[in-house]
Design a protein around this ligand. Sequence first.
Ligand code: NAP
Length: 288
Amino acid sequence: MKILVTGCNGQLGRELREVLESSHPDMTVYVGHEELDLTDRQAVEDFMRRGEFTHVVNCAAYTDVDRAEEEKLQCAAVNIDAVANLASLADELGFRIIHISTDYVFDGHAYRPYTESDKVNPLSQYGTTKRKGETALLGLAPESVIIRTGWMYSPYGRNFVKTILKLLHSGQKLRVIADQTGTPTYAPDLAEAIATILFAPQWVPGIVNYANEGVASWYDFAVAIKRMAGIEGPSIRPIPATDYPTPAQRPYYSVLDKSRFKITYGVEIPHWEDSLARCLARMTDIKK
Ligand SMILES: NC(=O)c1ccc[n+]([C@@H]2O[C@H](COP(=O)([O-])OP(=O)(O)OC[C@H]3O[C@@H](n4cnc5c(N)ncnc54)[C@H](OP(=O)(O)O)[C@@H]3O)[C@@H](O)[C@H]2O)c1
């Protein structure tokens, strides 16, 4: 096996590197945006031909959900065209793709966790481009695996956990949305899940959901961050999403059903509160 990880400097890319470097060293090449722009079709083709990879894990994406409403073309270039660039080479060059997608392909009107076959109806540019990326990939490279996830965080990059900690440490009172429900996903857990899929005895193409176990609103998530980080002081008030308008519309409900992942690979998924505790402990260690 020779694996390529794209987007290696993003939240997930960094965690996947840690997992693969410790479990399967010397098997993987890591590439960031500055070394390979995935929207450059010729550059991608040259890189892939030279690399002779058996697998590509595409962790690269345009992920700024609100800015995407303005930067429609830039968002589409990375989330659709770049995916198609990789996918169009997969058959000829004989590599398999694991691609990451999002719970934001759904409109949030469900009353139970979304399965992989539920109807999609994205509400935002980001969700729309990610869905079109899925379709392009499955059309051009049907042997691919697409992992849908949501609400990702880690000690690195821009994410909800880091933002809440920063605001709490500044002593600010917080108002946090309480009527959007999903499941936080700790990036190292998703990285482990990717390794599980890569090294499973059987390759199972198609879409598979992965998030941590449990359910939370952004408000629940913020309160848990405050409690687990042991921060006294500033209060957190629950508010409706209508009191915090954002350029991009987000689903009110985007909990994912992970049965397919658990049954296919025979593994358990950590609960989001346990993973949050691990992340906060690690962030303390990183600071030391
Ligand atoms: N974060 C979440 O809450 C969340 C939720 C659901 C799904 N996902 C999906 O999970 C995956 C990983 O997300 P993440 O949070 O790790 O994202 P991230 O931290 O924003 O990392 C994405 C990486 O992609 C790179 N990239 C952007 N444009 C590129 C291009 N044209 N060519 C090559 N690389 C490019 C970025 O590099 P630069 O920064 O240098 O541009 C960045 O390092 C994405 O597919 C995302 O859609 C994320």
